[in-house]
Write a protein that binds this ligand. Structure first.
Ligand code: HEM
Length: 442
């Protein structure tokens, strides 16, 4: 791959100038997980931090990541207790955070309705929600927070896919806004829990987060009730075939959130890249059709797909995967005890100096032609890894492609005057304070 004459390096946090102390790192991680990594984290193979009674180990090479997340899935299949606690108020015990036999059964229930072979059935919903987003953009006066707009647009896709066309359009914005507020309120890193202390300060945030979680679940429960036992789409019918009651509600809420979060964030960062690198935006617009794309057209948009993939490399929506060991183990020279935390950090792997040339530079060419086959398989993990890999990867890639094909053909994007994008990783890698862009028709 030849290096472009001038590389464009999009926004990233300034690396910490030295490794933080364990406590200092935790305090910073509470606000933004990415802010704790020093410059050498982009070179190291394994990193560890010891807290009283707990080891935190970062697997930072494709080989160690495969060893932990694929080969030793039986030991490392459980997500971290902190992620479970952060998400349970909203998604209950759904497949996203279940483990053991419970996870196996739930994963088996939710996978068939979103299997890659059946994704074309959702194409009309992708088109409808994308066209509604076009209407919103065309009506906007002044800069638009595209993070909020895409969260609404993609939540709309999921609502249409689960409940069908009769669900009110306003539901999407309300659900997306409530989940954003929940993420702001929820504690992502349970500092006190990690140190083995009772949490005396977190009750206020927990109370607010709990209120938002109940509001979200209540809304979705009402939609389920209104749909009735025989209503909704084939997707909902397939879920009802193996789930009922709270377990069904858990999985439907999870679908609405897991199914929209990654895709909306991907579109947000891709729109920022298009705004900051107009030559890329023009090249995408050239390959995209004026008419709404057919499902069969999507694989033909090779450059646009490469831009989306490069966007997910630089800004992986799930930037940290956390697991807790179910049994004692040994990773390289470190003894891992039951309950210790092992992380894979796509944010670091995707920018690792040994895996990527000019790792912080925006180069969609990395995903064209033969280039991806030259890299180690587990260097690029936007959809996760191993048996717990994203169940909706094909669905997610298709919805993002349809939105991109329509929006990047019809509009130009530019950063709003005075606005600086700032990546911020809490539950997911969102832009802090949104993504304010000026949108004009092409
Ligand atoms: C661009 C879009 C998407 C991205 C980037 C994405 C990313 C991910 C990642 C990284 C994981 C694994 C997290 C971990 O191992 O800790 C995951 C899990 C999951 N995703 Fe997605 N996702 C996307 C779209 C979707 C969609 C559309 C659905 C459903 C319709 C979905 C459903 C799930 C489920 C159910 C899991 C849990 C799988 C398990 O633990 O067995 N995702 N996703």
């Amino acid at each position: 791959m030849s290096a472009p004459a001038t590389d464009f390096v999009p926004p990233m946090p300034t690396p910490a100038w030295r490794p933080p102390t364990a406590l200092g790192g935790l305090l910073r991680a509470r606000r933004d997980v990415l802010s704790i990594f020093p410059a050498d984290a982009y070179r190291r193979q394994v990193m560890t931090t010891r807290l009283p009674g707990r080891l935190i180990l970062v697997a930072n090479t494709p080989e160690v990541v495969r060893d932990v997340f694929v080969t030793k899935h039986a030991i490392y299949q459980r997500k971290s207790r902190f992620l479970e606690d952060a998400l349970r108020p909203v998604i209950g015990g759904s497949s996203f955070i279940a483990w053991g036999d419970d996870w196996t059964a739930k994963r088996a229930a939710i996978s068939p309705p979103i299997h890659p072979s059946g994704i074309a059935q959702f194409h009309p919903w992708y088109l409808q929600a994308a066209e509604e987003t076009v209407e919103d953009f065309a009506r906007a006066e002044g800069p638009v927070d595209v993070a909020a707009a895409f969260a609404t647009g993609i939540t709309r896709v999921l609502l249409l896919s689960v409940f069908g066309p009769y669900v009110a359009r306003e539901e999407a914005a309300i659900i997306a806004e409530t989940f954003t507020a929940y993420q702001d309120a929820a504690e992502v890193v349970d500092l006190f829990g990690l140190l083995g202390l009772p949490d005396m300060l977190g009750w206020l945030t927990r109370r607010r987060a709990g209120h938002l979680a109940r509001a979200l679940r209540g809304r979705v429960a009402r939609l389920l009730d209104a749909t009735g036992p025989d209503g909704g789409t084939p997707l909902l019918a397939a879920l009802r075939a193996s789930l009922s009651g709270e377990a069904l509600l858990d999985e439907v809420v999870m679908f609405l959130l897991a199914g929209s979060e990654g895709a909306a964030i991907t579109l947000t960062w891709t729109a920022m890249l298009a705004a900051m690198h107009p030559a890329t935006a023009d090249r995408m617009a050239e390959e995209l059709p004026a008419a709404p794309p057919a499902f069969a057209d999507l694989p033909g948009f090779t450059f646009t797909r490469a831009v989306i993939q490069e966007s997910m490399r630089l800004y992986p929506p799930v930037a940290v995967f956390a697991r807790q060991a179910l049994k004692p183990d040994r990773i390289r020279r470190w003894d891992v005890r039951e309950g210790d935390i092992v992380l894979a950090v796509p944010w670091l792997l995707h920018r690792h100096e040994q895996l990527w040339e000019a790792p912080h530079a925006f180069r969609p060419e990395r995903f064209l032609g033969d280039a991806p086959r030259q890299r180690p398989r587990f260097a690029y993990l936007p959809f996760g890894i191993g048996p717990r890999i994203c169940a909706g990867a094909a669905f997610g890639m298709a919805e993002v492609s349809v939105f991109a094909a329509i929006l990047f053909r019809r509009f130009r994007f530019a950063l709003a005057p005075g606005f600086t994008p700032r990546p911020n990783c809490r539950l997911a890698l969102r832009p802090k304070g949104g993504m304010r862009l000026v949108i004009t028709p092409r």
